[in-house]
Structures are given as C-alpha cells and as structure tokens.
Write a protein that binds this ligand. Structure first.
Ligand code: NAD
Length: 432
C-alpha cells in the first residue's frame, strides 16, 4: 500500500521504517528541512535500538522516501498517518493541537481518490471529529475517512514494538476505513489482537493506558518510600505483589519518577479532559502531583547526602529519560540536575546517547564528560539517573580509585548494594 506519514520523529520514523519493511511504499514528510535532508543522506535523526539497519535497507531499496513536500507524500496515498507532536499547553497543560490542526489543513488539498487519514499522535477525545471537519472545510470534495490509530511503542524498543505489538487499536466509525487498515495490518493478524472500536473509544484507550502505567510507577515509588522507612525491601515486595496475576509483574521498578515525552504530558492532558467533562479523575491528579514532587525529593536526597562535604562534585550518570534512547524530554535526570543546579551544585554528566539533546536543555550549566569514568574523576558522589546497561556493569573498583569520596546514590537500583559496600562505597538505592 502507499502510505504517507506526516511527522518524522520518535513515532513517525520507526513507524515509517517498519511499514516499509513490510513491503509498503512509504513517504515520510516533515516540515523540518534539516531532518529530511539528513534522512535523505542516510543519517538517522533519532537514536533507537535496531533502527539503523532497517532504515538503510528500506531507504536504499526505494520503499522509504523522505520529503518536505506535503503534496509529494499525500497525493496518491492510500493511508496518511499523522504523527506530529501534541505537546502540553504551557499554562493549561491540555494537549496543544496546533500541529495536528495544521497538518490536517495542509494535507487536505492533496487528497486524491479514497484516502484514510489516521491519527497516530496521542490526541484528546473528539480530535477525529475536528480533523474531519478541517479537511472537509478545506476540500469539500475529498473522499476520505478519519480514524484513530494510537501508537503504543516504547522509546528504546520502538522497532521491537512495531513488529510485536501487544495489540493494535483501530478507532473507526467507517467500515470502509476499517477494511483498509485491516489490509495494512494483515501481516500481524495471526499473532496480534487487532481491536476495532469506536473512534472516541480508541482516543480514550491511549490516554487511559498511559495514565494507568504512570499510576503504577507512582504507586511502586510510594511503596519504595514506605519500605525505606519500615525496613522492608521493595524488590521482595514488588515480586510478591507482582506474582498476583491480577497485578502483574511489569512496571513495578522503583525509581526517580516517570518522565519522557508521553507520561507527564498525557496524564496532564487526561486530567484536563476530566476537569472539562466534570469527571473526578482523582487518581490521575494525585499521580501527577506525586510524581512532580518525587523529582524534587530525589534532588533533596542527593543534597542531604553530600551536605557535609566542602564544594562537593557530583557525577551524574545518565541524562536520557530512560535507556535505549537519546530523548531527554521531561527526563527525570534533567529535572533532578536542574533542581541541583538551583542549589549551585557542581555537576559533570555523561550519557551514552543523550549528550547532544541534554546540551540543548542544560547548555553549559554543567560539564560534559566523554565517558562515565571521566565524569567520576574527583567526584564526591556518583548519582545514577538512567538505567543504561554500562552503568549496571560499571567497574566499581576503577570508579572507587577515581572518585574523591566513594559515595553512590543509585536512583535506578542498578548497582548491587553488597558489591558496592564490599568495594568501600557508601551506597543508597531506592526502597531497600
Ligand atoms: P516528535 O516531536 O519527535 O516528532 C514530531 C515531528 O512532526 C517533528 O519532526 C515535526 O517537525 C513534525 N511536524 C510537526 N508539524 C508538522 C507538519 N505540519 N508537517 C510536517 N511535519 C510536521 O514527536 P513524537 O515523539 O514522534 O510524538 C508524536 C506523537 O506521538 C505525539 O502525539 C506523542 O504523544 C505520540 N506518541 C509518542 C510516543 C513516543 O514514545 N515518543 C509513543 C506513543 C505516542
């Protein structure tokens, strides 16, 4: 099938690569010429595990093209996917729809023949109706349907999740459009549940999923706080509750709070929709407040551990919001570092993939090291902020020799506390 994808970011690009790999003719459209030029030259613009090989293969075979021209990408397409950002409004925190509305308006005039326009972006309930109205207004003759096709990929696992999704949700009020998507997703039909639902249900499923996952993270973080006070071990507790199949064992890792480009904005957008509809979404409201506070608490934890050291130097290991990605949007690492900077902390940081993006956010307020050991040189405390494998496998004896004070604050529980203590470190993890 011919697929046009508007927005070549963390969702649009892996989706485009995946659909091309399945044999579709994909054209990725982005308004940022620098992105499109890089992609045309064979340079990936995001880091995602496993993306490079499939990107190069499909680019060279001609299945995957890149353009800044809406006309080129939309004309003759069977399906147009909208995968532009829906960032939080700076004041109300509702999803800002300006990119969605612009994309819908811009694509309208280039629709030819019957086309399915699908929103992959995470959008408030009722967006399908708005997109339909905008296209209809600009191009009254167009033959099209608008469906909701929410994306559930996890950054860092985008390629895996594209080919092995837990489920595919298609929100369509039109049988004709549903049939087109059934064809697109035919390669998944044997192994994945494809659920066809009302468009508004589909839009709700995405927010309800992310809000639930955010609540699960916040819940285990609160349990970790409880364990720290009572002498219980959060790992034993998490395993014990996770063995209950009604609870499940996923998303029960305590840490510095959730972040990234999705959970913070989507919980806020959901809470806003609750308020707009006079529905009390108190669990989500409490999760948002608790998670915001957690980052401040974690910064306080670091400060209190080093309060007796004169001119303490902090080595921050990790900047991305999680491992496997270079994405720093709403990264707990960045927020904790920012809170520490307010207290004039002296910080040297390292991340295997996210240095460039972190620099855009933190500028020269911190120092950047070329590897974890350079960051640790003469440091008084190692603060682990992102769960990269190389930090889990850190050579503790080498680290100890480099540091001025052997102190670890492990906000991701990557290091074995016993091994750290044996090496002569004082160690503080989360919930144990
Ligand atoms: P992103 O910011 O990485 O990418 C969006 C891209 O769209 C940008 O490159 C931008 O230049 C482009 N764009 C914006 N308006 C355009 C227009 N009119 N024409 C052409 N290009 C345009 O965003 P993302 O992380 O890929 O997220 C996209 C959507 O998917 C959001 O709604 C997000 O909530 C949702 N989502 C994201 C993830 C994730 O893990 N990042 C997962 C699931 C869902």
């Amino acid at each position: 099938m011919k697929v046009g994808i508007i927005g070549t970011g963390y969702v649009g690009l892996p989706t485009g690569v995946g659909l091309a790999e399945l044999g579709n003719e994909v054209t990725c459209i982005d308004r940022e010429a620098s992105k499109i030029n890089a992609l045309k030259e064979g340079k990936l613009t995001i880091y995602e595990d496993g993306l490079e090989e499939l990107f190069q293969k499909n680019r060279l075979s001609g299945n995957l093209r890149f353009t800044t021209s809406m006309k080129e990408g939309v004309e003759n397409a069977d399906i147009v996917l909208i995968a532009v950002g829906t960032p939080p409004h700076p004041i109300t925190k509702e999803a800002d729809m300006k990119y969605i509305h612009a994309a819908a308006t811009e694509l309208a005039e280039f629709l030819t023949g019957y086309t399915v326009v699908a929103t992959k972006s995470t959008v408030p309930v009722g967006t399908g109706d708005a997109v339909e109205g905008l296209i209809r207004k600009k191009n009254p003759q167009a033959d099209f349907d608008v469906v909701s096709l929410p994306e559930f990929l996890r950054e860092g696992f985008a390629v895996h999740d594209f080919f092995s999704p837990d489920r595919i949700i298609v929100g369509s009020n039109s049988q004709r459009a549903a049939d087109v998507l059934r064809k697109l997703y035919q390669p998944f039909a044997d192994k994945t549940e494809i659920m066809f639902v009302k468009r508004r249900s589909s839009e709700t499923i995405k927010y309800a999923s992310n809000a639930f996952l955010a609540m699960k993270i916040h819940y285990i973080n609160e349990m970790a706080d409880f364990c720290e006070k009572t002498g219980a071990d959060i790992y034993e507790v998490a395993k014990g509750i996770g063995l209950d199949s009604r609870i499940g064992n996923k998303f029960l890792n305590p840490g510095p709070g959730y972040g990234g480009s999705c959970f913070p904005k989507d919980t806020n957008a959901m809470a806003y929709m609750g308020r707009q509809n006079n529905v009390n979404l108190s669990l989500i409201e409490a999760t948002i407040a608790g998670n915001d506070n957690r980052k401040k608490q974690m910064a306080q934890r670091v400060l209190s551990e080093i309060k007796d050291i004169k001119n303490p130097k902090i080595a921050a290991l990790g900047l991305a919001f999680k491992n496997g990605t270079d994405d720093c949007r709403q990264s707990p690492a960045i927020e904790i570092i920012s809170a520490l900077l307010e207290e004039h902390a002296d910080i040297t940081a390292f991340d295997p993939q996210a240095m460039k993006n972190a620099r855009l956010l933190l500028g020269d307020k911190i120092k950047y090291a070329t590897d974890e050991f350079e960051a640790l040189k003469d440091a008084d405390v190692m603060v682990i902020l992102t769960e990269w494998k190389q930090f889990r496998e850190l050579d503790l004896s080498k680290a100890k020799k480099l540091m001025r004070t052997p102190h670890i604050i492990d906000l991701r529980n990557l290091i074995n506390p016993e091994a750290a203590k044996k090496e002569g470190f004082t160690y503080r993890g989360i919930g144990r």
